[in-house]
Design a protein around this ligand. Structure first.
Ligand SMILES: [Zn+2]
Length: 318
């Protein structure tokens, strides 16, 4: 073990940058003064906690356990928490009971944004190399767990240091039920309908930012194509926040990949929303939708990096 490969070396530099400002770009101005520090290790512990509940598949015990835990946690941090329970009949004829959870910070402010992630996990490991495992639910450490962990940790920070604008943290259910798109993005579609009809809670947010798959150990967050085309203002804000923190190496401004994700229904409802997503989870995306989506394949340093960018977006005023 004397010849490190290129990727780990680059990553060590990134990990160091979390502790020593300026490793990557000493000319970066750094975070907005007064903004709280985001701790990737704390977010990582929240990933482990979620995976320990078991699969968060609608109807499974882990789904209810995680819901109870999230609600208790958010109730302790946010002045207002709203659960929105709804039913979806799947294409197989199953009735799913789904819950979107919104934690509202500075609910009195008209100027606000929505930060969202899905909290459910996929019932099947469609992409498992071993066909015998394809019926297993994924553990969902990264896919479901990572975005939820980052936003839950941000909630703790906002409880201590009130944000300068209204923040709605939205944890959507039923993103990954599948197997086809008819039974996916269910919580986001519900919220999008509420936005389109004016039936949403509180003031309408100015824009949205979606976090999905934000924990890979070899992070790269290029710009997603729907986001670039239909939420360019949001993209500019987020990627500039990353640049201020000296993280442009990991947040390249190039457009790469097009993903139908929870942001698309929101865009179609008229709410510009960008998707912050790492398209490649593990070598050649080997861990995505497999039993290998476990905490050991999620990085506290990456969670910390993403958490710092979102924190910077918020405390710079959105
Ligand atoms: Zn997924």
């Amino acid at each position: 073990m004397t010849t490190p490969r290129v990727a780990p070396v680059r990553f060590l530099c990134a990990a160091t940058a979390l502790l020593v400002a300026g490793c990557l770009d000493s000319s970066a101005p750094g975070p907005t003064p007064g903004s709280p520090g985001f701790d990737g290790l704390r977010a990582y512990a929240l990933v482990e906690k979620q995976v320990a509940f078991g699969p968060r598949v609608p109807g499974a015990p882990g789904h209810q356990a995680q819901l109870d835990w999230m609600l208790a946690r958010l109730d302790s941090f946010a002045p207002e928490v709203v659960s929105d329970t709804f039913e979806h009949i799947s294409s197989a004829g199953d009735s799913l009971v789904l819950v979107n959870v919104m934690a509202r910070f500075r609910p009195e402010l008209d100027r606000r944004i929505v930060l969202l992630t899905h909290w459910d996990t996929r019932p099947t490991s469609d992409k498992a190399a071993d066909p015998a495992r394809r019926g297993d639910p994924i553990p969902g450490a990264n896919d479901g767990g990572s975005g939820t962990a980052v936003l839950l940790e941000l909630a703790a920070l906002m409880a201590d240091v009130p944000p300068p604008l209204g923040i709605d943290l939205l944890f959507v259910d039923g993103e990954d039920f599948g197997p086809t798109g008819d039974d996916m993005y269910l919580g986001a579609r519900r919220y999008a309908r509420q936005i389109a009809s004016g039936d949403h809670v509180g003031e309408r947010p100015l824009y949205g930012l979606l976090l999905d798959m934000v924990g890979d150990a070899d992070p790269s967050f290029p710009v997603e194509a729907h986001s670039a085309e239909r939420a360019s203002v949001v993209v500019r804000k987020v990627w500039r926040a990353a640049a201020r923190l000296g993280l442009s190496e990991f947040f390249p401004e190039a457009v790469a990949g097009r993903i139908y994700d929870d942001h698309v229904p929101l865009i179609e409802a008229g709410l510009p929303t960008a998707d912050l997503i790492d398209f490649t989870y593990g070598p050649d995306n080997a861990y995505w939708h497999t039993p290998d989506d476990v905490p050991a394949n999620v990085s506290a340093a990456t969670l910390g990096m993403v958490g710092r960018v979102v924190t910077e977006l918020v405390y710079a005023g959105g």
